[in-house]
Design a protein around this ligand. Structure first.
Ligand SMILES: [Ca+2]
Length: 496
C-alpha cells in the first residue's frame, strides 16, 4: 500500500500548524542563549574550527584510489587521505539521496524526520513535491549559524524544492545549486520544469548546463573560503555528480580523459574539485583550523554497462546492501586529526551534526537525534570505540537489516521493499554476515550464531518501537513539512 499523501493527519503536517507551538519553549531557549553568551563573555574561547562537508552523489566505495580503485585517478583524494583519516566503516542512513541527505543535515534517521519516501511512496523527492524537510527541524547549518558561523550551501539539496524547504530556510545564509537530481528534467505527464540553478531562492539559469556543475560548485566554494578568512564558517558542498544519469556530466577539461567513460571523467573532476577546495583552505592560511569531510550520499547504483564500483562491498546503490549504504569517507584536519590513519569503527553521516556541534561549542539540537559525537574516533584516541550499539538499514519505510559490532543481520521479511518506486519483492529468510571479514555478504552464518541473530532481532524490535517499520508508526517520528500548492521552480517571467 502506498502511503496516503493526504495533508491532514498522518506524517506530513502543515508547515504553518507546526510553527506556532515552537513559541512556547522560546523563553527557555532565550534564557539558555543568554547564559551561553554570558559564559562565553566571561571566558573567551579560541576561534572554533571551520567545518566543510564535500558530498558526492552516488559515488561508490570503490570509486576512488584511497578506497581501492585502480581505474580512476584521484591524486587529490590520495593526498587528502595521506594527510588525514579514512573512515572505512562509514554509513549513509539510506541507500538513496533524499533520506540520506535528510539524515546528514539533521543527525536523525530518515524515518524520524519522515523523509524516508516521497508523497507517493517512492524513494526520493521529485520536482514540485508538496513535502520537504520540516522547517522546524534543526539542521547543522542552523545550529552553527546560531553559534556565529557563516554558512553556505553549494550544490544538490534534494530536501524539498518549495520555498519553505530551501537551504536558505534551513540555516544557510547563501545557496547556489540545483534543488534536486541531475536527471529530473522535463518529461511527459509531469509538471517538472527545466533543471534550475538557484541562487538563494531565485532561479538564475534553466536549464542549467550540467557539464559545468562540478566546476562551478568548486569555484563557488573557493570564493566562499577566500571571502571568509576572518570568521568561522560551515560550508556544505553537495556535488551533483556522478549523479543519476547513464552519462554523467563533466567539463570539457575532463571529458574523455578517464579510463572509465563518462562516470570516470566525472569522478576525476570531483577529485580536482576537492583539490581546489583544499588548496583554497591552505592558501587562506586556514589549514590548521579547518576540518574537511569528503564522502558520498550512497553507493553506486547498478547500471548496464557497469559505471561505478562499490568493491569490495557487495551489492549496489538504492539497496540496504553494504555497497548501497557504506560510503567512502576521508576526514582532513591537519594538527587535529592524525595523518595517514584508518578508522574501522562503525560511524555514520548522522554523526557529523553532534560532532560539529561539539567542535563549534554550539548548542545541541532540542529534539532527539540518532547521530553520536565521534570526535574521539577522529582524534585517534586509542580507547575510542563506535558509539553505535546498533545501526539500522531502512529501505524506504521498511527496516531490512541491523548491524552491531561486526555482525549484520538481514531480517526475515514476508515481502521486501525494493527499487526506487516502493515496489515489493517476495519473502526472504534471515541472513547473518560478519561484514568485517565478509564485506561482499556472501557467507550466511545465521545457523551458526543463533544467539547473535536473537540479539540483533531484539535491536530491530527496539528500532520499530522508536522509528516504526512499514505501516507501523514509531513513537519518535516527527512530521515532514507540507505545502498545499507546490509550484515548479522557473526563471522569473521577465527573463524567460
Ligand atoms: Ca544519491
Amino acid at each position: 500500500m502506498p502511503p496516503s499523501p493526504a495533508p491532514s493527519g498522518g506524517s506530513h503536517a502543515r508547515v504553518s500548524r507546526r510553527l506556532t507551538p515552537a513559541l512556547a519553549p522560546a523563553a527557555a531557549l532565550l534564557a539558555a542563549l543568554t547564559l551561553a553568551c554570558l559564559s562565553r563573555a566571561a571566558a573567551p574561547t579560541p576561534r572554533p574550527p571551520n567545518l566543510i562537508v564535500l558530498l558526492c552523489d552516488n559515488l561508490g566505495y570503490g570509486d576512488i584510489a584511497p578506497f581501492g580503485s585502480t581505474l580512476h585517478r584521484t591524486p587529490e583524494l590520495d593526498r587528502m587521505a595521506r594527510e588525514g583519516l579514512r573512515l572505512t566503516h562509514l554509513y549513509a542512513a539510506s541507500g538513496v539521496c533524499t533520506p540520506s541527505r535528510a539524515a546528514l543535515m539533521t543527525g536523525s534517521y530518515p524515518r524520524r524526520v519522515n523523509l524516508h519516501r516521497n508523497a507517493r511512496g517512492g524513494a526520493v523527492l521529485q520536482p514540485v513535491e508538496p513535502i520537504g524537510l520540516h522547517p522546524a527541524e534543526e539542521t547543522i547549518a542552523e545550529l552553527l549559524r546560531e553559534r556565529g558561523y557563516a554558512t553556505a550551501m553549494i550544490g544538490k539539496w534534494h530536501l524539498g524544492d518549495q520555498a519553505p524547504f530551501l537551504p536558505t530556510r534551513q540555516g544557510f545564509e547563501s545557496y547556489l545549486g540545483v534543488p534536486y537530481s541531475d536527471d529530473m528534467t522535463p518529461r511527459e505527464g509531469q509538471p517538472w520544469p527545466e533543471l534550475p540553478l538557484l541562487r538563494n531562492e531565485e532561479v538564475i539559469e534553466a536549464p542549467v548546463d550540467r557539464d559545468q556543475l562540478t566546476r562551478r560548485e568548486a569555484e563557488a566554494a573557493v570564493r566562499f573560503i577566500q571571502e571568509h578568512r576572518e570568521r568561522p564558517f560551515f560550508l556544505y558542498v553537495a556535488h551533483a555528480m556522478p549523479g543519476s544519469t547513464r552519462a554523467p556530466y563533466s567539463s570539457p577539461a575532463f571529458r574523455g580523459r578517464s579510463r572509465n567513460g563518462a562516470w570516470g571523467d566525472a569522478v576525476e573532476e570531483l577529485d580536482w574539485a576537492a583539490g581546489q577546495i583544499l588548496a583554497a583552505v591552505r592558501a587562506a592560511g586556514l589549514a590548521e583550523n579547518t576540518l574537511v569531510v569528503w564522502t558520498s550520499d550512497n553507493g553506486a547504483p547498478r547500471r548496464d554497462p557497469v559505471q561505478g564500483s562499490n568493491r569490495p562491498l557487495g551489492g549496489w546503490g538504492y539497496t540496504t546492501s553494504e555497497g548501497g549504504m557504506r560510503v567512502p569517507g576521508i576526514v582532513w584536519a591537519p594538527g587535529r586529526v592524525p595523518a595517514g590513519r584508518e578508522c574501522t569503527e562503525l560511524t555514520t553521516l548522522m554523526d557529523l551534526l553532534p560532532t560539529f556541534v561539539r567542535l563549534a561549542g554550539a548548542r545541541p539540537p532540542a529534539n532527539r537525534i540518532d547521530g553520536r559525537d565521534i570526535w574521539p574516533l577522529l582524534a585517534g584516541e586509542p580507547a575510542a570505540r563506535s558509539p553505535h550499539e546498533a545501526f539500522l538499514y531502512y529501505h524506504g519505510d521498511q527496516l531490512q537489516a541491523v548491524r552491531s559490532g561486526p555482525w549484520k543481520l538481514h531480517l526475515a521479511l514476508p515481502a521486501r521493499a525494493t527499487g526506487t518506486a516502493g515496489k515489493a519483492a517476495g519473502p526472504r529468510p534471515a541472513r547473518l554476515h560478519d561484514v568485517t571479514r565478509d564485506p561482499a555478504e556472501s557467507e550466511d552464518l545465521a545457523a551458526r550464531h543463533p544467539e547473535v541473530v536473537a540479539r540483533l532481532e531484539r535491536a530491530a524490535e527496539a528500532a520499530r518501537v522508536e522509528l516504526g517499520d512499514t505501516d507501523r508508526p514509531g513513537r519518535g517520528q516527527r512530521p515532514a513539512g507540507w505545502v498545499a500548492d507546490p509550484r515548479p521552480l522557473r526563471l522569473p517571467a521577465a527573463t524567460r
